[in-house]
Design a protein around this ligand. Structure first.
Ligand code: AP5
Length: 222
């Protein structure tokens, strides 16, 4: 059982890589961004509240995301390990998460910290689109579908872009990331959990590196 955090700036490839690693390891991925986007789509109470924060690139209040994580992480399928993508986002979320995990008799084993420059991230985000049916992530510059307008994964021809992938919101997301990441990195470095990942490498090369690191924990794997 291995419990992993993916952290890094917007567009650094967390979603792409966490989906691949989760499939490889047969463990669930919990993406707070993904859960929040579903709530917005459903126009639930959480979604209505979160929408403006997300579209303007600000963090949704801690208590909302902490509740999402608490509910999800205590479900049975997380007992065999999990990946958390995009949570925690600041030191206070990290401290609450540590306490939550302790109360559930769990702990984090690895934190992958994706590193890339803002300019590359802006380009990646401007080219991003995803399959409306299965959520597979593509990029018009770096990772197009193999067949034009057909999802590689589920063959759907419906695609969408994220409302928060506009230049203004992305700049704000990057600013928020730079304001909060340092404390988070220090927290996990201090606990010897942090692995820096060069997010500028190719998708397969990063996947290979993540698997290599995870395999250092043979007693933790299923
Ligand atoms: P969230 O959904 O977490 O967005 P994010 O952190 O801004 O990250 P992204 O999803 O934009 O990027 P990614 O790193 O997953 O990159 P991807 O793999 O798609 O959060 C959205 C919002 O929700 C937040 O702004 C906030 O409001 C709220 N929220 C979420 N969590 C919260 C929390 N804990 N607390 C408070 N609020 C929270 O890749 C990007 C593109 O690049 C894709 O097109 C992909 O195909 C391409 N690509 C990926 N890897 C490579 C590569 N190696 N080479 C070339 N292209 C690549």
């Amino acid at each position: 059982m291995i419990n992993i955090i993916f952290m890094g700036p917007p567009g650094s490839g967390k979603g792409t890589q966490s989906a691949m690693l989760a499939a490889e390891m047969k463990i669930p991925t919990i993406s707070t961004g993904e859960v929040l986007r579903k709530e917005v789509e459903l126009q639930s109470e959480i979604g209505v509240m979160a929408k403006d924060y997300m579209n303007s690139g600000k963090l949704v209040p801690d208590e909302v995301v902490v509740d999402i994580i608490r509910n999800r992480i205590s479900q049975a399928d997380c007992n065999g390990g999990f990946i958390v993508d995009g949570f925690p986002r600041n030191l206070s979320q990290a401290i609450i998460f540590d306490q939550m995990l302790e109360s559930l008799n769990k702990k984090i084993d690895v934190v992958f910290d994706f590193e890339a420059e803002d300019e590359v991230l802006l380009k990646r985000i401007s080219g991003r689109f995803s399959c409306s049916a299965c959520g597979a992530i593509y990029n018009s510059y770096f990772k197009p579908t193999k067949q034009e307008e057909v999802c590689d994964n589920c063959k759907s021809n419906q695609f969408e872009s994220r409302p928060d992938d506009n230049r203004l919101s992305v700049k704000k997301r990057l600013q928020v990331y730079h304001e909060t990441a340092e404390n988070l990195i220090e927290h996990y470095k201090k606990n010897n959990l942090l692995y820096s990942i060069d997010a500028l490498k190719s998708v397969p090369s990063i996947s290979g590196r993540l698997i290599e690191i995870v395999q250092k924990f043979p007693n933790k794997l299923k």
